[in-house]
Design a protein around this ligand. Structure first.
Ligand code: MLT
Length: 268
């Protein structure tokens, strides 16, 4: 992993080849995981792309900031990292779940820096009041009790039943990633997600080519909802990944990589 000193602190990131002239792909992980969740995509696309995978603020090796970390702050961190790396050409930006919320914010602030968008297992809607209240409660609880509480609450919802049955080691890996995350960062990010903007009315303006990809057993961002927002994107394509839940790129990497390859072939 590499590190960059941003205004708020250190950003840890993987850069598949800093000297590469290939198109730049940036992948943003879900909550409260880290850049390792993209390992299959890094190995599959490091020839065709320069793949950049940051640990978002507070996650992985990146500096934890307390209080509230908004999706806008995380999107700014990504833009700042690109500036430091002198990447000025439009990029392909992909985000899973929380990473998708950050990708929407990146579009709001930096639409001209985007060439393609990939939205994995994520939502365009913001939280209902009830969901936002639940996030604040979880934030308080995780600071009191530690990351284990977040892992217990989240892991059962993150992967499909088939993943639990066939690859229990993957479930352990996901749990480990959550346990490595600082409870203050988990809390700050929950508060930030509760404040995120609703993108549903803006979808018609997002005219870059966009891949919307969903695990067929995703209960957090269900396929029907994702297909609907893919249809509202002027250049959206929808891909459903069989036998995957909310972490499709980790659960079914071959199918996900194949959908990404098809997307690149049809939009480069
Ligand atoms: C994620 O996977 O990033 C989370 O499920 C996002 C959320 O809590 O909305």
């Amino acid at each position: 992993m590499n590190t960059a000193e941003l205004r708020h602190g250190t950003c840890s990131y993987l850069d598949s080849d800093p000297t590469s002239q290939a198109p730049v792909m940036v992948l943003l992980h879900g909550f409260p995981l880290n850049s390792r969740m993209w390992r299959h995509q890094v190995s599959a696309f490091s020839e065709s792309h320069r793949v950049l995978v940051p640990d978002l603020r507070g996650h992985g090796g990146s500096t934890v900031t307390h209080g509230t970390v908004t999706m806008a702050q995380m999107a700014n961190d990504v833009a700042e990292l690109l500036d430091q790396l002198e990447i000025i050409e439009p990029i392909c930006l992909g985000g899973l779940s929380m990473g998708g919320y950050v990708a929407w914010e990146f579009w709001l602030q930096n639409a001209s820096r985007l060439k393609q968008l990939m939205l994995f297992d994520t939502r365009a809607q913001n939280d209902t009041e009830q969901v936002a209240r639940g996030r604040h409660m979880m934030a308080a609880q995780v600071v009191r009790e530690g990351a284990e509480m977040a892992a217990d609450a989240m892991v059962p919802k993150l992967v499909a039943r088939t993943t639990k049955d066939w690859t229990p080691e993957l479930v352990d890996e996901v749990r480990r990633m959550i346990l490595e995350t600082d409870p203050e960062a988990i809390a700050a990010t929950q508060r930030g997600m509760a404040e995120r903007v609703d993108m549903t009315d803006r979808l018609g303006q997002i005219d870059v080519p966009a891949l919307v990809l969903c695990g067929e057993n995703d209960s957090i961002s269900p396929p029907e909802e994702m297909q609907q927002f893919a249809e509202a994107l002027p250049n959206g394509q929808f891909a459903l990944i069989p036998k995957a839940g909310h972490l499709a790129p980790l659960e079914q990497p071959e199918a996900v990589n194949s959908a990404m390859g098809d997307f690149f072939a049809s939009t480069q």
